[in-house]
Write a protein that binds this ligand. Structure first.
Ligand code: PRX
Length: 648
């Protein structure tokens, strides 16, 4: 029988059905009020119930703005929480269903016990290689179970992992390894992407040059299909080390505030920033947001389509799901490969109950003939989730109606790499589910919309989204070795006691938030964060380029894409070849996701009298907006007409 988990309200608003309310972990409105009476107590209760501690904390929350700590004095281990504690009840339950991209290849199934064994062995491998508590280990792996095994093995011994998205370039890998002083790297020979073999080891070899990496472990994903070079004394095959490894590694007793991982994200300068997440606070938020947002029960199978290289993959493709003892689906390849409905096939094959993806993917799915979806049995689905960027109404409705058949709550979750876990969304047992509205602050957290002067905006008035103290337990604990940037980015706009998200938003009178996009120079390209400064930096490294400005251009599927305005150095002429080289610069220093969709060679860029490029004008020009806003600070108005001509 197919159960209806939502019912229709008035004006395109949906509510949880009786069945949903009955099953949901939380279904009473009161939770918000109760949590907000004393958020610290609330989180303390959750921490006690959800997480296994080796030692209880002494103080739940300590604030020393702009820093704060949770569960001070508490001790725990993240890998223990994801594995050991499930062995009694869920030893033979599936932890990971792994689906390779090539359809002719067989997938892998790892039970909790199997995953536990592999993690223990790999923790011993790492120890033997010399990894110690507090060391940073780089993980540059495709979407294969070894990526999760590596993360959990690091957590087990108390090493800090820093996962680098496998599609990132070797230069991007290098920066991250340099900034963290990583001495170890885990990578693979290669992997499949859209039917092609990608040589990852070659990129890793290039990326570790000029870094402190001494040892590299290489997973044999492709085996005979790809020959890679191995350097004696530095490179080791994963399988060979695992054969000799001991079976058990006692999980390290970590302080709640010890770093679990560093994850790099783009900001407004040329260099990505290393966002620090701790162990206790992060895990508490990961556990409870996974449980309540996706209403995870024993029989649930969750598929979060994000790569482990992003925060979504960390929290809802690994820690949050495994800490709950749920089953996750992990897929190696492209969602629309080899056919556009591969994702439907995967949902059908594994009986996925919770499907968490990004608006870009939804828009891409919607572009294909609706009959593709109808070909598959998607009746196992119970909850749908969206993350990463603003979801437009058409995409929301298509996802809700065509994929969820109007039966499943669609949970639009707002959060960031910095926040560690979701923060603003409707809860499936409470609702409401409204197209384009993320919803309310997660119980025990507080958000507000402020104007430029720090005044609270009235309902429906747009302003900047902020978080108010006590800050959620999963929030970042700083930027790695960069206190100044931490203060400048998050704690200077409204002072040291208000976290500035860099997002625009407004809310209705009931406290439901509607997000309107980034207010800084960060773009969301297919849900991925791309910094204009980082991309400009990459492009201006080219010998022929004098200056470059990057701005986002609206895009039907990806939300927005970068376009480049380039001024050449004297003696160089615009050419198709140079255009290709501009694109190559982006690929070389960042990765294919940063490729400019268009390159415009210009003589001049709109600038202020002090010489600052006025990107907001360029942005409006590419979006074909007639009204360009305040031009009083513009030093060279003639540049605008010329650019209009080029764009037309
Ligand atoms: O602009 C917001 C947007 O994504 C940014 C965070 O990006 P990142 O750190 O890469 O993390 C993405 C996954 C958590 C935010 O500042 N964003 C994220 N989720 C939403 C969103 N915008 C609107 N609605 C969302 N649900």
């Amino acid at each position: 029988m197919v159960i209806k988990w939502v019912k229709k309200g008035r004006g395109g608003i949906y509510w949880p059905s009786k069945a949903m309310k009955k099953r949901a972990w939380v279904s009473d409105e009161k939770i918000y009020k109760e949590a907000n009476k004393n958020p610290i107590k609330f989180w303390e209760k959750l921490a006690k119930e959800g997480i296994t501690w080796f030692k209880k904390w002494k103080k739940a929350y300590v604030e020393k703005p702009p820093y704060f700590k949770w569960f001070v004095g508490g001790k725990l281990n993240a890998s223990f929480n994801c594995l050991d504690r499930h062995l009694e009840k869920r030893r033979n339950k599936v932890a990971i269903f792994w689906e390779p991209e090539p359809k002719e290849e067989r997938g892998r199934v790892l039970t909790y016990y199997e995953l536990y064994k592999q993690v223990n062995k790999f923790a011993n491998v790492l120890k033997k290689l010399g990894v110690k508590k507090g060391d940073v280990v780089g993980i540059y792996l495709p979407m294969i179970p070894e990526a999760i095994i590596s993360m959990l093995a690091c957590a087990r011994i108390g090493a800090i992992h820093t996962v680098v998205f496998s599609a990132f370039s070797s230069e991007a890998l290098k920066i991250r390894l340099q900034d963290t002083d990583a001495k170890f790297l885990i990578t693979a020979d290669g992997y499949y992407r859209r039917g092609k073999i990608i040589n990852l080891k070659e990129k890793a070899d290039e990326g570790i040059k000029e870094t402190k990496v001494e040892k590299v472990v290489v997973v044999r994903r492709l085996g005979e299909k790809l020959e890679v070079s191995m350097k004696e004394g530095r490179d080791y095959w994963w399988d060979e080390l695992m054969k000799k490894a001991k079976d058990y590694y006692k999980p390290a007793s970590m302080r709640s505030e010890d770093i679990l991982f560093i994850l790099f994200s783009s900001g407004t300068t040329g260099r990505p920033k290393g966002i620090i997440h701790d162990t206790g606070g992060y895990l508490v938020q990961a556990y409870w947001t996974a449980k309540w947002n996706f209403d995870l029960h024993e029989d649930d199978i969750m598929w979060c389509t994000a790569d482990l290289g992003w925060i979504t993959g960390h929290t809802y493709g690994c820690y949050g799901i495994l800490a709950n003892g749920a089953t996750l689906v992990m897929y190696e390849g492209a969602l629309d490969w080899p056919e556009p409905d591969r994702w439907c096939e995967i949902i059908d094959k594994y009986g996925v109950t919770v499907f968490y993806t990004a608006p870009t993917a939804i828009r891409m799915f919607a572009r294909y003939d609706g009959r593709l979806v109808k070909k598959h049995d998607l009746s196992s689905l119970r909850i749908l989730g969206s993350v990463g960027e603003v979801i437009n109404k058409e995409a929301w409705l298509w996802f809700f109606k065509e994929v969820g058949k109007g039966r499943c709550p669609l949970i639009d979750t707002w959060w960031q790499t910095e926040t560690g876990g979701t923060l603003i969304n409707a809860l499936p047992g409470i609702g409401p589910f409204v197209p384009c509205f993320a919803g309310r602050s997660f119980p025990g957290t507080r958000h507000e919309v402020l104007d430029e002067n720090g005044k609270v905006c009235k309902p429906y008035q747009e302003g900047n989204l902020v978080q108010l103290p006590p800050f959620a337990p999963g929030m970042l604990r700083g930027l790695y070795k960069n206190h100044e940037r931490y203060v400048k980015t998050y704690w200077s706009k409204y002072g040291k006691k208000i976290y500035f998200t860099s997002d625009g938003a407004w809310k209705d009178e009931k406290g439901n938030f509607r997000l309107t996009g980034r207010v800084d120079d960060v773009m969301k390209v297919a849900g991925h964060r791309i910094s204009t400064a980082e991309l400009e930096d990459a492009i201006t490294r080219h010998y022929a380029i004098a200056e470059c400005a990057i701005v986002p251009m609206p895009h039907e599927i990806k939300g927005e894409v970068p376009v480049a305005f380039v001024i050449l150095k004297p003696g160089f002429q615009p050419s198709e070849n140079l255009e290709r080289e501009v694109v190559k610069q982006a690929e070389k220093y960042i990765g294919p996701i940063a490729r400019p969709a268009k390159v415009f060679f210009v003589q001049d860029l709109p600038k202020t009298r002090s010489g600052k490029i006025m990107r907001r004008i360029l942005k409006k020009l590419v979006a074909r907006e007639k009204e360009l806003g305040d031009l009083s600070t513009l030093a060279n108005p003639e540049s605008i007409e010329k650019i209009r001509e080029i764009l037309s």
